[in-house]
Write a protein that binds this ligand. Sequence first.
Ligand SMILES: CC(C)(COP(=O)(O)OP(=O)(O)OC[C@H]1O[C@@H](n2cnc3c(N)ncnc32)[C@H](O)[C@@H]1OP(=O)(O)O)[C@@H](O)C(=O)NCCC(=O)NCCS
Length: 147
Amino acid sequence: MPPLFRALTPADLDAMVALEQAAHLAPWSREQLAESLHGRYFSGALWQQEQLLGFFIADAVIDESTLMNICIAPLWQGQGLGRRLLEHWLEECRQRRLAMAWLEVRASNQTALALYRTAGFAKAGRRKDYYRAGEGREDAIVMQKPL
Ligand SMILES: CC(C)(COP(=O)(O)OP(=O)(O)OC[C@H]1O[C@@H](n2cnc3c(N)ncnc32)[C@H](O)[C@@H]1OP(=O)(O)O)[C@@H](O)C(=O)NCCC(=O)NCCS
């Protein structure tokens, strides 16, 4: 069975927390993940049967969307699933008739930067010392893509 898209629901929270902690340097808390399933946020996830392989969370404000979170389970990385998730977000943005997609990424995250660049995102700015990184701080690269 190939991985398929299915929306996230509050019943998926345990799986989201586990994946978030396995994939991210600075994972969101359970409360942050729970909040992201409501309000101005929308999300999408890739599943193989009942196994959560990856998900994205984005917001939609007026005619713009910002990608708040995207992650693929470590064992499933490097197989094209991150790109499928990113394209799924962009397609949903177009269906919602949004005009601009935004995201932020750690300056050291070469994998994500390569993914975003090849998906047509361009650098729009840099936030100095935006992320915590070990004992220090790290810049964020802000990227945008017209839809
Ligand atoms: C970033 C992430 C979502 C990408 O998902 P993925 O499934 O591993 O990526 P894909 O297999 O779809 O690859 C997409 C592109 O990423 C880049 N990429 C993938 N693996 C890479 C690696 N090891 N080194 C450098 N670039 C890499 C390539 O540009 C690749 O495109 P290509 O295969 O056409 O060359 C995933 O690695 C992840 O969850 N990382 C941890 C969480 C994270 O950093 N999220 C992003 C925060 S902004």
